[in-house]
Design a protein around this ligand. Structure first.
Ligand code: NAD
Length: 244
């Protein structure tokens, strides 16, 4: 069977490591042409060298850069907005600067990339947008994650809004809400706590399946959603049973 994604042009943000990197490999394996973007050139250099993986430096906080890079790529059939950052802390412990940064990276960056790719998608009457949220959002209140929960809930709002506005124009927009997934930044968060083993055990304990998710499992969902032609405006929990 020919893959639905054969020859499709996919733009992925934060593609250098973790879920973004796994998604680059999954989309490439599905036959897509993958524009793998990240702020970190070193991580992009470490991606496999193959014809359908096209690494490109992109800081999604920079609107001009987003516009320029999307213009240079030209056609984007699938946009996977994967960039995001986790701040710890409750509402009382959160510096304004953290919330500002979280809003900029976790929310406004998605708005920037969507605004850049939408006109072309509408013109072709075909486009799939996938936004990275989290179960720590409007799906579930998770302790010590105020700025993160606020911004990942906003991702679900913007996903549904884009889905509703462009549903008749061939555009689909869905969101992914993972539980806790092995990634370099998760490793950092576990080490930052001081007692690595205890922190890791606590993260695993909240996933009823008894293990953390793997980036490849989330990437499989992103590939599915890119080709799932009868779904839009949905938030897909993929969380080891955390929300059961
Ligand atoms: P990660 O946090 O380990 O990697 C993040 C990547 O983003 C890095 O490659 C980094 O260079 C890149 N990046 C940072 N700032 C950038 C910018 N301004 N422009 C472009 N790229 C930038 O990866 P992860 O843990 O797999 O997280 C990816 C996404 O998944 C995030 O949105 C995160 O919130 C979400 N998520 C992760 C988990 C988890 O447990 N790992 C759970 C739920 C949701």
């Amino acid at each position: 069977m020919i893959s639905k994604l054969e020859g499709k042009r996919v733009l992925i943000t934060a593609a250098g490591q973790g879920i973004g990197r796994a998604s680059v490999l999954a989309f490439a394996a599905a036959g897509a042409i993958v524009h793998a973007t990240d702020i970190n050139q070193g991580l992009l250099d470490a991606l496999p060298k193959q014809d359908n993986i096209k690494p490109r430096k992109l800081d999604v906080l920079n609107g001009d850069e987003v516009t320029r890079v999307v213009g240079e790529i030209g056609q984007v059939d699938v946009l996977f907005n994967c960039a995001g950052f986790v701040h710890g802390g409750t509402i009382l412990e959160m510096p304004d600067a953290d919330l500002e940064f979280a809003l900029d990276l976790n929310v406004r960056a998605m708005i920037r990339t969507i605004k850049a790719v939408l006109p072309g998608m509408i013109e072709r009457k075909d486009g799939a947008i996938i936004n990275m949220s989290s179960v720590a959002s409007s799906v579930k209140g998770v302790g010590n994650r105020f700025a993160y929960g606020v911004t990942k809930a906003a991702v679900l709002g913007l996903t549904k809004s884009v889905a509703a506005d462009f549903i008749t124009q061939g555009i689909r927009c869905n969101a992914i809400c993972p539980g806790t997934v092995e990634s370099p930044s998760l490793e950092q968060r576990m080490r930052a706590g001081g007692d690595y083993e205890a922190t890791r055990a606590a993260f695993i304990a909240r996933q009823p399946m008894g293990r953390l998710g793997m980036p490849e499992e989330i990437a499989d969902l992103a590939v599915y959603l890119a080709g799932a032609t009868y779904t839009t405006g949905q938030a897909y929990n993929i969380d080891g049973g955390w929300t059961v």
